[in-house]
Write a protein that binds this ligand. Structure first.
Ligand code: FAD
Length: 242
């Protein structure tokens, strides 16, 4: 049965001891020492101060050594169409060629649709599409052709792998108020997961206006102060601010 669903984000895997590895890579650049020796000498305090410096001065290439893989479900094809524009990442997405939705497809309903009392009409249309899709499949039309009638709202699942440098960039533009609400919500959930395992790398992640002036110029949402307050609370809750 076709039904409305909501986003789920799970951090599936990440590079072992990500902050230690990034700090080791940075330290190697400035020390005349063998790598094994450096690896053994790095303390947690060294790691934190090195990462803080790397992020502050923009020596971000060392962050490319660590990567994070997320499992995301309950998102629309409209979201993943935007997501896969990020080229420095790897993706594996549920196929609409091989996976057939003969029992109906799940879908995402934007809040604005319900807020404008269009929820029922929206759901009715999803069911009609679902029925016609099943009829097409049962008539022998291949999944790769029947999917042409599926909407942007159609639910999908995707595994995303990005390195920490790309994630900082991704969070900067996709946690911003200018980003579309669904991808912004997913990006914020991904950031929450990253903060749990690499708090020093991601403690200054988020939209550009949080730690500096809004970079959006004439396209600014005009709510930088509100965004800063929200992130202050967010970072406090994740233990990164006292
Ligand atoms: C608010 C918003 C509105 C948008 N509106 C539209 C729209 O109307 N139409 C549309 O088509 N897209 C739109 N986009 C998508 C946008 O143009 C980018 O395609 C998308 O955000 C991916 O970002 P990116 O290119 O910075 O980065 P990524 O692919 O994530 O790459 C990261 C960085 O690596 C570098 N890089 C990557 N590939 C290259 C390359 N080939 N050459 C040189 N440098 C490279 C760049 O510095 C880039 O910023 C929008 C995005 C946002 C956030």
């Amino acid at each position: 049965m076709a039904k409305a669903v909501d986003v789920k984000v799970c951090l599936l895997r990440h590079t072992y001891d990500p902050e230690n590895l990034a700090a080791l890579a940075a330290k190697l650049c400035y020390t005349d020492s063998d790598i094994q020796g450096l690896n053994e000498k790095l303390s947690r305090v060294d790691v934190e101060s090195f990462i803080e410096k790397i992020v502050r001065i923009g020596h971000h290439s060392v962050l490319e050594h660590v990567s994070f893989s997320f499992g995301v479900e309950g998102v629309s094809r409209a979201l993943t169409h935007q997501l896969v524009r990020h080229r420095l990442a790897s993706y594996s997405q549920k196929s609409q060629r091989y996976v057939k939705h003969t029992e109906g497809f799940d879908y995402i309903i934007p809040e604005s649709v319900s807020a404008h009392n269009m929820g029922e009409k929206f759901e009715k249309l999803m069911k009609e599409i679902s029925n016609l899709y099943a009829e097409m499949i049962n008539a022998g039309i291949p999944g790769e052709d029947a999917r042409y009638i599926l909407p942007n709202a159609c639910e999908t699942k995707i595994i995303i792998t990005m390195n920490a440098r790309e994630l900082l960039h991704f969070f900067r533009i996709r946690c911003c108020n200018r980003a579309q609400w669904e991808i912004r919500k997913m990006a914020e959930m991904m950031l929450e997961e990253c903060l749990k395992v690499a708090p020093s790398i991601f403690s200054k992640a988020g939209p550009g206006c949080v730690f500096g002036p809004c970079p959006e110029n004439e396209f600014t949402c005009g709510k930088a102060q509100e965004v800063r307050e929200r992130y202050k609370k967010f970072l406090k809750e994740s233990g990164r601010l006292n």
